[in-house]
Design a protein around this ligand. Structure first.
Ligand SMILES: [Zn+2]
Length: 348
């Protein structure tokens, strides 16, 4: 694995990583997940970016926290962190040492070069798999798909990918998200016998305890980890913090702006006729991104709205965004909908 990548994963904010793992961090402390803790013994050192438990002596950095909390190997923990934080981890079969030297600028490159990708989105093309996903499963408005310039490609292994470009306010390409369109089929098959199956109505009523979401699926979840192809992939160095920034240029004074958690909820929101952006994680928002949003309410009187996912991470994202955007309004999804795209695709 590329040392630059590992360095980047190690420097992700430790408290953000802890929150992604379902720990509730307050004043640089949380309950320790590694022993039966009732006193918030786990302390985060944000300067050294480490954690330590004063009761059981569990300690380490971001990658150790993921390895220990999720019982993952080092490479799996890196991949999980990268998937969770929009940073690419290279394929498991990295270039051989000789090739690495020859292509040194390829492996040490840490800035995203849009010119290499921009032409992909000039003439978007959708495969049958992408069409099925976007129009049959997600029921998206074709105008939204065109506006977002979604395109698709198939890699040499035959995996189908949907490619989502991230643009800045001026329409400059700043990042790309690749979504594995074959991944979902695996989840469906693997999750059928588990407690998320609709045949077990209890799973819809009982809210999952904090952190449980990551283990949802049990054996199915493990089968997924074993699969070689991740669900999302990002070109190295591409910046994917706020999605659909060009919509900001079209906002009229006092017009509502909806905030969603991921691209697919954003597409569903746009297809329902609302202007929307997506923010995958509040802890990863840069100062510039926060300023951009809070300036909107000063400049245009924009009001912010959100339908948080019906789980603990969804509510946490709402609370974190509310600190940045005090006027953010909370809308409640119906009890049988886990997120906005679920709500949008449900037959009424
Ligand atoms: Zn402990």
């Amino acid at each position: 694995m590329n040392p630059d990548t590992i360095l980047r994963l190690r420097s992700l904010p430790i408290e953000g990583v802890a929150e992604r793992l379902g720990l509730r961090v307050a004043r640089h402390k949380s309950l320790c997940p590694f022993h039966d803790d009732h006193h918030a013994s786990l302390t985060f050192n944000t300067r050294r970016n480490t954690y330590r438990c004063f009761a059981c002596d569990a300690h380490g950095g971001t990658i150790d926290l993921v390895m220990n909390r999720l019982h993952k190997s080092f490479p799996d923990a890196c991949r999980w962190l990268a998937d969770a934080s929009n940073i690419i981890v290279e394929e498991y079969n990295p270039l051989s040492p000789t090739l690495k030297n020859q292509n040194s600028q390829l492996t040490t490159q840490n800035s995203f070069d849009p010119s290499r990708y921009a032409r992909h989105f000039e003439h978007p093309w959708l495969s049958d798999e992408a069409r099925t996903f976007l129009f049959d499963e997600r029921r998206l408005d074709p105008r939204v798909v065109r506006w977002c310039r979604l395109t698709s490609w198939t890699d040499r292994q035959g995996t189908h990918w949907l490619q989502t470009p991230f643009f800045d306010q001026d329409g400059k390409l700043i990042g790309i998200q690749n979504r594995n369109l074959d991944y979902k089929k695996q989840t469906k098959e693997n999750l059928v016998p588990t407690n998320t199956s609709p045949s077990n109505p209890q799973s819809h009523i009982t809210p999952l305890p904090t952190g449980e979401r990551l283990f949802r699926g049990g054996a199915g979840g493990r089968a997924l980890e074993a699969s070689a192809v991740p669900r999302f992939r990002f070109p190295y160095g591409s910046r994917c913090t706020i999605y659909n920034l060009p919509v900001i240029a079209m906002l009229r004074p006092k017009e509502p702006l909806y905030i969603t958690e991921g691209c697919s909820d954003c597409w569903a929101m746009l297809s329902s006729g609302h202007k929307a952006v997506a923010i995958p994680s509040a802890t990863l928002l840069s100062k510039a991104d926060k300023d951009l949003l809070s300036n909107l309410s000063d400049r245009l009187g924009t009001t912010f709205h959100m339908y948080p996912d019906r789980d603990a991470p969804g509510e946490r994202l709402f609370m974190q965004l509310k600190e940045v955007l005090p006027s953010l309004e909370h809308h409640q999804l119906p009890p049988d909908c886990k997120d906005y795209s679920d709500y949008y695709t449900k037959p009424m």
